[in-house]
Design a binder for this molecule. Structure first.
Ligand code: 13P
Length: 251
């Protein structure tokens, strides 16, 4: 059985005051004990959030890391080792907003994935197709290509300690959620693809869905056999919504 994971990606939202309030509210909610939970605040808030999460059982993650593992002359970058040093246990790699806004290529994302694992962080590899790619019938091919950029380069075993998040770009922040059937179809294809290389790794691999997940649609999505939780954007900024989504992932 794969233990569900619900991760909140706070993106570039929040202030010292709003984050403190959000975490105070979140830790007061009824949180499930059969679900892994994590939040991914903006870089400058990581340490403050780490302190506020103490004893909550909620893990801390970062939204990005440098391609280079060791410290060095890379102005503006933060290494996976530095993230580990301040209390992170996971990092997003290849979020579509970074692929689009920062021109991150599959090659760069693979290097970040390597750095994350070398530092002892769990990489959450984000994949997903655009609306045009979906309409052209290329959704599966696109997602496979993004996974292969890591899988073929590093071997299937790296997915023993990684998570994949399927986030169709057209569903992110748009209010357009993939239907449970649409999401399940891609999740099943992802698992089948990984299983071509190792059935055991595929069986243990957590595949999260992301894209307009909210309390109202979470249970239906998480009921799908190959959906092991969610990567939640907007709704993770609301303690009641996020905790309800976490509960929906449990039993
Ligand atoms: P929304 O939940 O706001 O659509 O964002 C999804 C996402 O990008 C999470 O990484």
């Amino acid at each position: 059985m794969r233990r569900p994971l619900v991760a909140g990606n706070w993106k570039m939202y929040g202030t010292c005051a709003s984050i403190k309030q959000l975490l105070n509210e979140l830790t007061e909610q009824d949180l499930p004990d059969d679900v892994d939970m994590a939040v991914f605040p903006g870089l400058i808030y990581l340490q403050a959030v780490d302190a506020l999460l103490a004893g909550s059982g909620i893990a801390l993650g970062a939204q990005d890391c440098a391609v280079q593992l060791e410290e060095g002359a890379m102005t503006g970058e933060t290494s996976a080792l530095q993230l580990k040093d301040i209390g992170c246990s996971a990092v997003l790699v290849g979020h579509s907003e970074r692929r689009q806004l920062q021109d991150e290529t599959d090659g760069v994302i693979c290097r970040k994935f390597i750095a994350a694992q070398a530092a002892g962080l769990t990489p959450i590899l984000c994949v997903g197709e655009s609306l045009a790619e979906r309409q052209a019938g290329q959704a599966v091919a696109k997602v496979q290509q993004q996974i292969d950029a890591v899988l073929l380069e590093l071997g299937v075993d790296v997915f023993n300690n990684a998570v994949i998040a399927y986030e169709p770009i057209w569903a992110i922040g748009s209010g357009l959620t993939a239907t449970p059937e649409q999401a399940q179809e891609i999740h099943a294809q992802i698992r089948a693809h990984v299983a071509k290389y190792s059935a055991t790794v595929a069986q243990g691999l957590r595949i999260l869905y992301g894209g307009s997940v909210k309390a109202a649609n979470a249970a239906e999505l998480f009921a799908q056999v190959d959906i092991d939780g969610g990567l939640v954007g907007g709704a993770s900024l609301n303690a009641k919504e996020f905790s309800a989504i976490c509960r929906a992932a449990g039993n």
